[in-house]
Design a protein around this ligand. Structure first.
Ligand SMILES: [Zn+2]
Length: 283
């Protein structure tokens, strides 16, 4: 579809009002190079911004996948502002920020985890095990909890297709996806390298005083689709709560982890991690 400047402007206006309502006074949405090519069921644009000049070694940041995980949206909007204010720090990088994957859920009163069609966007990716297991897991593990409904078909939602399109277009080597309120780091990636990733996360965990856990992945989850099936290092940051007024605190607390994730070197066609003596020392 053709993006419409008017539609984007209206959306940013509504988002700005919502930010104010949550007390996120330091967020500036203007001046960020927002783009969008898709809208949701409720006609909200699915926005993202690209920073830096590099066209390779991209890092993709995803927030607001679950619409009721409010501070995840703050942290990524704040990070976009931080990059905007410090362009020199990021000019030799490639950063893509999609701060609000599920605007329909975010703007629902009260905010909802699922999208407007009642689907959990972290169970809707077309992973190889979706057909055989997504419904089985939902019925068994979630006892058909509506918050985890994977949809009738994999990849049925615009919000899922949006994330797949970002991965396909930018071919990121690393993804940081922010959720709440479970309060730990989790990770997925090429199975050959998970041990190195674990050592790295262990250092970051100590430094930021935030535990890590191998939570595992689900049929239709991003960790499964990107990390397990596509060998993209996928770090999940689960913030300790979903309260909107904790956003500033979380941005400050986890900024070192975000910066370290930038420094984590990934090499090769089939990526592998390079843990340098420097990166061990610093962790
Ligand atoms: Zn979540």
């Amino acid at each position: 579809m053709e993006p419409s400047p008017k539609e984007l402007k209206n959306f940013l206006k509504i988002l700005e009002l919502q930010c104010k309502e949550y007390g996120w006074k330091d967020i500036k949405l203007e001046g960020i190079p927002w783009e969008y090519y898709r809208t949701t069921t409720r006609k909200n644009p699915l926005i993202f911004a690209v920073f830096g000049t590099y066209k390779s070694n991209c890092i993709l940041f995803l927030g607001g996948v679950h619409g009721d995980e409010l501070p995840t949206v703050y942290v990524l909007l704040k990070f976009a502002n931080h990059i905007q204010d410090n362009p020199d720090l990021f000019k030799d990088k490639c950063v893509i920020i999609a701060p609000l994957i599920n605007p329909d859920g975010f703007f629902t009163k009260p905010p909802a985890r699922v999208n407007a069609s009642g689907i959990d966007l972290n169970r809707n990716f077309p992973t190889r095990d979706w057909q055989s297991s997504a419904w089985k897991q939902w019925e068994r593990k979630g006892t058909k909890n509506k918050r985890y409904y994977p949809g009738k078909k994999p990849g049925s939602e615009q919000e899922t297709l949006f994330q797949m399109a970002l991965i396909n277009r930018f071919k990121p080597q690393k993804i940081l996806t922010i959720h709440s309120p479970l309060g730990f780091y989790d990770f997925d990636g090429p199975s050959s390298d998970l041990y190195s990733f674990e050592r790295w996360i262990d250092g970051v965990s100590k430094e930021t005083k935030h535990p890590w856990k191998k939570f595992g992945y689900f049929p239709g989850s991003l960790g499964n689709y990107a990390g397990h099936e596509r060998n993209i290092f996928t770090l999940t940051l689960e913030l300790p709560s979903s309260k909107p007024d904790r956003g500033v605190e979380y941005f400050n607390k986890f900024q070192p982890a975000i910066i370290k994730f930038f420094d984590l070197q990934v090499f090769g066609k089939k990526p592998f991690l390079q843990i340098t003596p420097e990166s061990i020392k610093r962790s």
